[in-house]
Ligand binder design. Sequence first.
Ligand code: MSP
Length: 642
Amino acid sequence: MSEKFYITTPIYYVNAEPHIGHAYTTIVADVLNRFHKLAGEETFFLTGTDEHGDKIVTAAENSGQTPREYVDRISGMFKDLWPRLNISNSAFIRTTDLYHQETVRNILSLVKEKDDIYFSEYEGLYCFGCERFYTEKELVDGKCPDHQTEPDVIKEANYFFRMSRYQEWLVEHITQNPEFIRPERYRNEVLSFLSEPLEDLCISRPKSRLTWGITLPFDEDFVTYVWFDALINYVSALGYPEGERFNRFWPHAQHIIAKDILKPHGIYWPCMLKSAGIEPYRHLNVHGYWNIDAGKMSKSVGNVVDPLSLADIYGVDPFRYFVMREMAFGLDSEFSEKALVNRLNADLANDLGNLVSRSLTMVHKYFDGVLPAPGPSGEEDEALRSSAVELVEIYRGHLNKMAFHKGLMAVWEVISDVNKYIDAMAPWVLAKSDPERLKTVICHIYETLRIIAGLVWPFIPASAEKIQEQLGLKRQGENCSLEDLKKWGLEKPVHPIRKAPGLFPRIDVKKKEKHAPAAARKEKPKKAKTDGGEPQGLVSFKDFQKLDLRIGVIVAAEEIPGSKKLFKLTVDMGEERTVVAGIKGHYEKENLPGMQVLLLANLEPAKLMGVESQGMLLAAGDKDGLHLMRPDSETTPGAKVK
Ligand code: MSP
C-alpha cells in the first residue's frame, strides 16, 4: 500500500482576478503534488474558489451582475488559469457546489448538537473587508490593519461557536506537534495569540443584512459566516463523512496558505475539526508575501502582477521556476521582472539549456545519436556519479522541509558539476585521443542528465518531459520515481537521442527594458520576441525553411466558453487540425467554414483556454482590425507555402 498525500491551496475569493500571489501558492501545491508522486505516493490535490459573503455581493454589484453570474465568471477564470500554468489539481471545489453546502450544514448540526453553538447579542467593531469582528487591541491606530479603514460598530444577535472551549487542547496539540504549523515563526505567532484568552467565534450573519450564503440548518433567518463555510471545503471535497476518499486522504492533509490567513487556519479550523470529532490536519504550511515596489499589490495602485502575462511572455516553466527559486518559503519576497529575466537567462538558458544541448550534440557528433556502452572509467567519473546519485536524497530532504529554493540550488550545483566535468574531460580531445574513454564520459553525462531531468520535473514539468523525450527515456514525468533516479544506468534510450531546438530562449535584457512597462503592471505587455535571442535580427533562409506553412480550409468554427477573443477552429490541411485563433470580434463564426487560410503547421502545440492549438493562422493587423491571409485562388488543402 502506497503512502498517501493530500495537499490543498486556499480557496480563492472570487472578488478579484487571479494574480501572482494566487499563482505562487498554487504552483507550490503543484510542485509538492508532483514531488510526492515521484516519491511513489498516492496524491490528491485540491484547489477552488470561495464564493459567499459580503465581499462577493459588493463585487457583483460593482460589475452589474447577479452574484450567481458573477461568481460563475470569476471562478471560471481561476479554473481556466490552472491548466495554463500546468497545474495538476485533482479537483476544483466551489463553495456554491451543492454537495459542499450540504456538508457545511451537516457539520453545523453536529457542532450544535455538541452544544458548541449558542445564540447571543453582540456589539462589536466589524471590518467589512475582512468580514469579521475585531477587538480594540487588534486594530492599528483604530483601523483594520489589512484594509486601513475604521471598522463599523455593529450590534446584532448572532450564533457563536464556543471556540474558547478548545483553546487548551489546541495549545497542547501545537506544543506536542512542533511541525503542525510551519515554519516556526508562524507557529510562534499562533502560540502567542493563544497566550491570551480565546474569544468565541461569531459564525452567522442575519439575512436582513446578507442573503448570499449557506442558510443555517437550525435557523432559516441566518446564513453561515463565510470562514466557517469556506474552511469546510477541505473535508467536503473528499466526501466527508462517508466518502472513501475522506478516510484515505484526510489523515494526511496538508494545507498551504500565506500568512494573511494564518488565524482562521491555525486557530478556527483545528477547533472546528475538534468539535466535529474530525482529527486535525497534519501540517499547515505558511508562506510569505510577494511584494511589489516594497509594498502590497493592489488594484488601485495598479501594480497587480498578472501571472498569465508573465507566462505568455517568458514561458510557463521559466515563470514557475522563478517563483519557486526566488522565494524562500515562509519569508516575503520582492517581485521584479528583471530578476525573472536574469534567472531565465542565467539558470535556465545558460546552465540547464546549454548543458542539455551541448550534451545531446556530442552524442550525435561522436556516436550518431546512439548512446554507447561505457568504456574504461576514471576518478572524475566516480566523483560526478556520486554527486548526482547523492543529489536525490539531498533534494528530497529540502523538499520535505518546504525549502524549494534549496532543492533547486542543489540541482543547479550538479548542473554546474556536469558542465565542469565536460570542460575538464574535453570530449572533443578524447574523440581523437581516446575514443573508448569518450564512451564512459558520454554515458556519465547522459546518466546525470537523466537524474537532473527527473528532479526538475515537479518545477518545470513540460521542459523536463522534453529533456526526457530527447534522452529517449521510457520513464518520463510521473512515471519516473526518486528510487529509479538513484539507480545509475537503469535505463537505456528507447530511441536514438533527439537533437531539438533550445529549451529556453534567452531574453535580450537591453531590448526587453525598452519594452517596459512590464507585465507586473497589468497593462497589456508587448510580447517579447524570444526566438534565438535576436529579437530584431534577420532570419536566415535556413531558419525560414524550418517553418511549415500550409494552405488549410476551415471546416468548423466554435465558441470557447469564457473567451472573448478566441475561436476553436477545425482546419483541414490534408489532415484535420484543431487551431485556436484570436479572431473573434473580427470575423463572424458562421462565415468561417469554407474559408481558405494560411497555417503555420509546425508550431509547438499550446493550450489556450483549455483547448490544445495545433498550429497558428496567419493574419495581418491594421487600424481596421485583423485580416486573415488567404491564397488568391482556390488551392489544394495541405499545399506547402514556399
Ligand atoms: N477565501 C479566502 C481563503 C479561504 S481558504 C478556506 C482567501 N482568499 S484570497 O483570494 O484572498 O486568497 C488568499 C491567499 O492568496 C493567500 O493566503 C495566498 O495563498 C495567496 N496570496 C494572495 N496574495 C498574495 C501575495 N501577495 N503573496 C503571496 N501569496 C498571496 O483568503
